[in-house]
Design a protein around this ligand. Structure first.
Ligand SMILES: [Fe+2]
Ligand SMILES: [Fe+2]
Length: 500
């Protein structure tokens, strides 16, 4: 019997909406879980994904992707890539697997919620594939990390991270729970599939994959590419929904969801990918600076897409452009100084040649962040290693959960944006973080950052490491054993000899 072409049966087969008789439509699809804005069902049923895929074709393609990623890994298993990698690349891998594996795994349930509560059959179909994709992403991450476990116990964090209250993990979880897990299916799709996956995953998976290939880490590079190839499909869930929101007079609500999500993702990617690209990746292997990637992959492409769809840039665009110049540099300082609190082994990435690159890519770096590094260098060179690790805990932002930072040195501009709500004072890094809180205070008010937990006596100051589930053997140590400052000894000797 001849098989029908998929286009002859696809639309009929995925049309799985019916009128429930035993329960009400509202009981089956409560608006809090399905669509708080209550778009008309007739409109939602017009959801038509531009890229249609059948289960049979899906499995075939995914299988090929898996075979590709796993066979590169197997072929390179004895390559000693990890042993020979620079300390920065090791730090990047350690941080990546601890920080990203659980996000992939959590995304399985984010898509599953869309599959259950989405009211459009096409959306449910795409979200089902999305869940399967994220399962694959989580598995490939855990498998690759498991292979590295024999080389460093830091890779245990691929498994362990989600069950800890490490400050980095709290920050990530707070962000992505907000976007992916605690809203109705349509809002979650706009925030996750449109703002997060369309805008940011390119940066993590294409830009980082290019750096990985340059470093000779072909198995990591192939793994990242294989993951990214699924993202284009995920983005398709957001776009038709966004169009429906605009068409049905809900543009302002859609814009707010995008503005919140975009900023929250920006903070995460800046702290994690920004530091990896501008400090951890070996200098001669960098494809471009984080700022250049942001400009190309996010600012240009995402804005074009937003405008194409009839949406506006987020209202804080000018602040974002300023933040791109500074936020990850400030976070890098914090990450380096608070290294015992991280599961990976951070490096400075600021030897003289690296500083020259930073100054070229971010003019003014030496007069600001460079000044703090000067003090760190002085302390290390004088053997005062203790002085390079702060004795007190840092202030954390009550929205992004990372260190509340500003610009140091000659352009000092640290400001704590506070807000009093129901008898509690909240601290924010920026007006945008504060604005997000103000949109729905009751959503965020109950959360306690690590510092709040100490301030409220829930965690004793000397019990912080234990609270973060960090055994002493897991405390982050300096990735180069301070070898990077040697270059400054040479520079100083030359300067003395030449009298310059
Ligand atoms: Fe994923
Ligand atoms: Fe995804």
């Amino acid at each position: 019997m001849a098989l029908l072409n998929s286009e002859d049966w696809y639309d009929i087969a995925r049309d799985t909406n019916w009128t429930p008789r035993y329960v009400s439509e509202q009981a089956l699809f409560p608006k809090e879980l399905s669509d708080v804005l209550e778009m008309p069902l007739e409109l939602l049923e017009t959801f038509d994904e531009p890229y249609k895929v059948t289960y049979r074709d899906y499995v075939k393609t995914q299988r090929e992707k898996d075979v590709g990623a796993y066979s590169v890994k197997a072929a390179l298993a004895r390559s000693q890539m990890y042993e020979n990698a620079s300390p920065g690349w090791k730090a990047l891998l350690q941080m990546h697997f601890g920080a990203v594996s659980f996000l992939e795994y959590h995304s399985v349930s984010a898509f599953a919620r869309m599959t259950r509560f989405g009211r459009a059959p096409g959306m449910r179909n795409m979200a089902t594939f999305g869940s399967l994709d994220e399962m694959r992403h989580a598995q490939v991450h855990l498998y690759f990390a498991y292979e590295y476990l024999a080389k460093s116990r830091t890779f245990d964090w691929a498994q362990k991270a989600p069950r800890t209250d490490n400050w980095v993990i709290i920050s990530e979880r707070h962000t992505f729970d907000d976007l992916e897990h605690t809203r109705d299916a349509i809002s979650a799709a706009i925030m996750t599939n449109f703002a997060f996956e369309t805008a940011f995953t390119n940066l993590q998976f294409i830009a980082l994959s290019a750096d990985a290939a340059n470093c000779g880490d072909f198995s990591f590079s192939t793994m990242l590419q294989s993951i990214q190839s699924d993202e284009a499909r995920h983005a398709q869930i957001g776009e038709p929904l966004l169009k429906m929101m605009i068409d049905s007079g809900r543009k302002a609500e859609a814009q707010k969801l995008i503005d919140i999500s975009f900023w929250r993702c920006w903070k995460q990617f800046s702290a994690l990918s920004g530091t990896c690209m501008d400090y951890y990746t070996p200098l001669d292997k960098r494809e471009g600076s984080f700022k250049e990637f942001m400009n190309e992959w996010i600012l240009d492409q995402f804005v074009a897409k937003l405008e194409d769809m009839g949406m506006e840039k987020p209202w804080y665009w000018d602040l974002l452009l300023e933040d791109i110049e500074v936020f990850h540099h400030a976070q890098q300082l914090g990450i380096y100084l608070y290294r015992p609190t991280e599961w990976w082994h951070p490096i400075a990435g600021t030897n003289p040649a690296e500083r020259a690159w930073l100054e070229e890519k971010y003019p003014g770096w030496n007069d600001t962040f460079g000044q703090v590094w000067d003090v760190i260098i002085e302390n290390i060179r004088a053997g005062r290693l203790d002085s390079t690790i702060p004795k007190t805990l840092p202030m954390l932002c009550n929205m992004h959960g990372l260190e509340l930072t500003g610009v140091p040195g000659r352009k000092w501009n640290l400001k704590d944006h506070t807000l009093d709500y129901q008898g509690r004072r909240y601290h924010f890094q920026s007006v945008v973080d504060k604005w997000i809180f103000e949109q729905e205070p009751e959503r965020y008010a109950g959360h306690l950052s690590l510092i709040d937990r100490v301030a409220q006596g829930i965690v004793a100051p000397d019990g912080v490491m234990e609270h973060m589930n960090m055994a002493p053997e897991e405390y982050g140590i300096e990735g180069t054993n301070y070898a990077w400052v040697e270059a400054y000894d040479d520079a100083l000797t030359t300067r003395r000899a030449t009298g310059t």
